[in-house]
Design a protein around this ligand. Structure first.
Ligand code: SF4
Length: 414
């Protein structure tokens, strides 16, 4: 229920700083790509960025670019170009929209930052902890640019994590070092790696603290805000800029919570979002929930960039642990327990499952989880059919109607 002092306020003042940081990130990459002054590594979003940054690379994340394609709705025109060269419309629409945009030579970086193209990779590094698609995606670019491709193959569907699994991943990360040294022409410096791991951990802890502010009533921000503000946790973790950014954001969220300022007016219901965002529909979904006085207070997606296991005293083992203990790597029982813990913490009264047509890896509704969680937690769940980037898989009208009916159900239960 709304607090007495509650005041709605959509915009966060940190947004200006966010825009500055993201622009700096892309311009630095574009300059390096043009001049060759710094080596560029492409990395998956939950890959070993600390090692790459610690070895002096600038790091570019194709998934972040793909999310921009989704948010700008350029994905829909790009996907058929990848389909035409044999990449199925049924596989990851990040992959198809990103490769398609490269083929048609159109990137959202142009409108946002006046940058003509994605940066040229000197090396590409993937981690299959999230899916196999990232390997195929990076392999395509490795062939295109004739650049070396390195990767980590992670154990999946894990319940309890076993030491041999962590050591295996740590060795795989370590074994990449000689190949990376060949690209940089420099030996790995342990002190630099430790510093980056430490900054990455600090970023994670601050990001976690920002997300946890939504335990407050009313929630000072929502999942839809967080999908935008998580940019630095993805592309700039391991830098001082990301630490500074989240210190400022946390301060702002603390002020909002203390003053009862919320994104959603008259918060009557609190929801959890499970699955990928629907990038091209963030605004309309956010507005619909807001009009229904519902805050989406937490999500698996935004929580997935919390790597508090990182430890500068033990960089390889701790990177291995951080990238193996991830939600997406785990089995159904672990995932249910995780969401149940989130329920205790954030006190939400309903769960939204996004069944993303082209991402089975991040769609957890397909093996009975909503039904089991409804029974376990005694709260309703709704599945929204859609996709992260391919809006042809999403019916706005159907989603709106289903959400309205779901909210009526919640209202009746109040
Ligand atoms: S996890 Fe899903 S969205 Fe992410 S790269 Fe893999 S298939 Fe694509």
């Amino acid at each position: 229920m709304p607090g007495e002092t509650e005041r709605p306020q959509r915009d966060l003042r940190s947004t200006a700083k966010l825009k500055q940081l993201m622009a700096g990130h892309f311009h630095e990459l574009a300059d390096a790509s043009m001049t060759g002054v710094r080596k560029i590594a492409w990395c998956t979003s939950v890959g070993p960025v600390e090692l790459l940054r610690g070895m002096g690379f600038l790091v570019y994340f194709p998934e972040n670019h793909a999310a921009m394609l989704g948010a700008s709705r350029m994905a829909v025109e790009s996907i058929p170009h990848a389909n035409a060269i044999g990449y199925s419309p049924d596989i990851c629409s990040y992959l198809t929209s990103d490769i398609g945009s490269f083929l048609r030579k159109k990137t959202p970086l142009t409108a946002a930052y006046q940058i003509a193209s994605v940066p040229r990779p000197d090396v590409l590094v993937f981690n299959t902890n999230q899916c196999r698609d990232v390997k195929d995606w990076f392999a395509w670019y490795a062939r295109e640019f004739q650049s070396p491709l390195l990767g980590i193959h992670t154990h999946r569907e894990l319940g309890e994590i076993r030491e041999y699994q962590v050591s295996d991943i740590a060795r795989q990360i370590e074994e990449m070092v000689p190949a990376l040294e060949e690209v940089t022409g420099e030996k790995l410096r342990r002190d630099r790696l430790e510093e980056v791991v430490s900054l990455s951990r600090d970023t994670s802890l601050l990001w976690k603290a920002c997300l946890e502010m939504n335990a407050s009533f009313p929630a000072p921000w929502t999942f839809f805000d967080a999908t935008i503000h998580m940019g630095p946790a993805v592309v700039a973790r391991g830098t001082r800029e990301s630490v500074g950014y989240y210190e400022a954001l946390l301060e702002e969220l603390q002020e909002r919570a203390a003053a009862g300022i919320a994104t959603v007016t008259g918060e009557r219901h609190r929801l959890y979002w499970e699955g990928m965002p629907i990038w091209g529909k963030l605004r309309s979904l956010s507005e619909q929930f807001s009009a229904l006085n519902a805050s989406v207070v937490a999500s698996t997606y935004c929580n997935s960039w919390i790597f508090d296991q990182l430890d500068p005293a033990d960089p390889f083992e701790s990177m291995a642990r951080a990238y193996t203990e991830l939600f997406i790597v785990r089995d159904e029982a672990y995932k249910e327990q995780y969401i149940s813990r989130c329920r205790d913490f954030y006190q939400f009264d309903g769960i939204l499952f996004h069944d993303a047509k082209t991402c089975p890896n991040n769609s957890n509704n397909r093996y009975g989880m909503p039904e089991r969680l409804m029974k376990r937690l005694g709260i309703p769940a709704l599945t929204i059919n859609g996709d992260l980037n391919d809006l042809r898989c999403y019916s706005e009208e159907q989603a709106r109607t289903n959400i309205e009916a779901f909210m009526e159900q919640l209202e009746e239960a109040t």
